[in-house]
Write a protein that binds this ligand. Sequence first.
Ligand code: HXC
Length: 257
Amino acid sequence: TAYETILVERKGRVALVTLNRPKALNALNLQVMNEVVEATEALDRDPDVGCIVLTGSAKAFAAGADIKEMQPQGYMDMYLNDWFTAWDRLGALRTPTLAAVSGYALGGGCELAMLCDILLASDTAVFGQPEIKLGVIPGIGGSQRLTRAVGKAKAMELCLTGRTMDATEAERAGLVSRIVPADDLLAEALSVAETVAGMSAPVAMMAKEAVNRAFETTLAEGVRFERRVFHAVFAVADQKEGMAAFVEKRKPDFKHR
Ligand code: HXC
């Protein structure tokens, strides 16, 4: 498929999706949304893809939803078009996703990064939910996911003042797993993705599903869910291979089944 606002590349079992709307700092208009969702869903269906990396440019992961596109819309336009709801499909992918964030990740850009499973930031990354400065509020899950990631105190401050966080603050607050020097970000992201993609794909999907359950349910129900899935992995051939490889002191050769 020919996309106009993103680039899609394959590197072994890793897929790299690069937001490519440099003139607007990767502002997320409906075309970007549709292309990202369509491309990642196609990659998700591909058994030869074990991890999807989403990145932007050095200057901007994404500077937010497209303000110029939203400006003239009224409530009925937003409601009838169910504006931004397609982004939810990114969070529903089964393949692990990794956001490699350099530069601005503001508003919808921050929300897009938070829709991914692993979040790596370069030392130049800037995160925030500045919607309030435009007279709106986050619309792609920011008020919920930021709060779960960094807690109420910081989420409230960011959403109510629109101030941004640098990478150090974002890491300290638990929004990102690690900070990488900007020049190394892509290589490091691809390396982490290759590690993930080298694991048994169904087991990685189950691990992702189990972690995500923590955001949806009580501790007792979450642990119960984990236990059921943990028992179920003993029906995966890769469990036999992984444990046999350990015992035989060799590397596992996962078949993703
Ligand atoms: C549309 C955008 C944009 C955006 C930048 N551009 N962000 N266009 N939507 N979110 C465009 C600019 O208009 C400009 O186009 C070009 O990209 C370069 O941006 P500059 O502002 O000239 O760059 P710079 O001076 O370096 O400033 C970078 C910036 C600033 C600090 C990131 O662009 C900025 O504040 N952007 C908006 C950030 C924001 O508020 N994001 C949240 C959006 S609301 P031209 O044609 O002039 O060169 C949101 C809501 C989600 O995400 C759901 C709620 C409804």
